[in-house]
Design a protein around this ligand. Sequence first.
Ligand SMILES: *Cc1c(COP(=O)(O)O)cnc(C)c1O
Length: 349
Amino acid sequence: MSKFFSKKYKDLVPYTPGEQPKDQAYIKLNTNESPFDLSKDILDGLLESRNPRLYSDISCVELRQKLASMFGVDENNIICGNGSDELLYFCFMAFCDDDTPAVFANITYGFYEVYANVNRIPYCIKNLNSDFTINVSDYLNQNKTIFIANPNAWTGILLSLDDIERIVSSNPDNVVVIDEAYVDFGGQSAVELTKKYDNLLVIQTFSKSRSMAGARLAFAIASQDLINDLNTIKFSVNPYNVNSLSQCLGSVVLDNDKLIQQNIKTIIENREYLVSELDKLNFETLPSKANFILTKHDSITGFDLYKKLKENGILVRYSELSELKDYVRITIGTKEQMDKLIDAIKFII
Ligand SMILES: *Cc1c(COP(=O)(O)O)cnc(C)c1O
């Protein structure tokens, strides 16, 4: 820390992203990216279609129009962001306060705690049940701003729409943020409920199911008032938050949704395949509706399995959390990648 660094942030513990080592080529199953590249058709012409000399469209009109018709909402119910990370950050700024703390689970997306800390927002952590499901009653009548990843990060476990509605309807004076980064892999989106509840805000991203993690593009859907609040923050922080190339790419990807749906279907099949192969090897795997699984084997800790797989050229993720020390999190890749992973695991255990 330099002597110039603000004292406000002296205790800040930043988010730890999954590693991106460059020492060799790895089969990369550690950060939940899609294994499928966007087609050449989609990528061609990108530079021609948007001139980077000019500022990007400040309101992402084309993208918002396409998303609006896709989700059956008005474009005023949508804001685009530089990844869901940015929109989540805006939500912490906009909807939390000293007297409106944040609420989230002990095991969930690590950024929630970081964003609360960097904004100096008090927060309340709710432990998951012993089977890693969310205890819904912990989130009823809270008078706090609630953040839920659905399916949940690290576990992949899905909360039902009925449970989400119970949580949203019991907190009418507070915002409930549902982070649907993985919803396309077998979940049901809560977007429909945003028409009924003005305190519900749903965030989705192009990073996981739409093969665009590096383009940094996401969107939130909610009542117009909530979207206006996020726009107030956006126009106070970074008005041109989505660059023109990513806007263009996102728009073309929405036009090619059939391809994306095909990729999603393959990833779901590969997930079921991997889980059944791991079952045969006596792994215990949580029921995932995401593009990753959390799994463990009696004979090895999460860290040791991570380390041995890395030696074999395969990157997975382990967690520092004591509750997850037996587990590794594995991103679902192509069938070939899953077969190589299974071979390596057989060799290791
Ligand atoms: C990956 C992830 C994000 C971040 O997504 P970006 O849109 O790439 O910023 C947000 N929430 C959860 C739960 C995630 O797993």
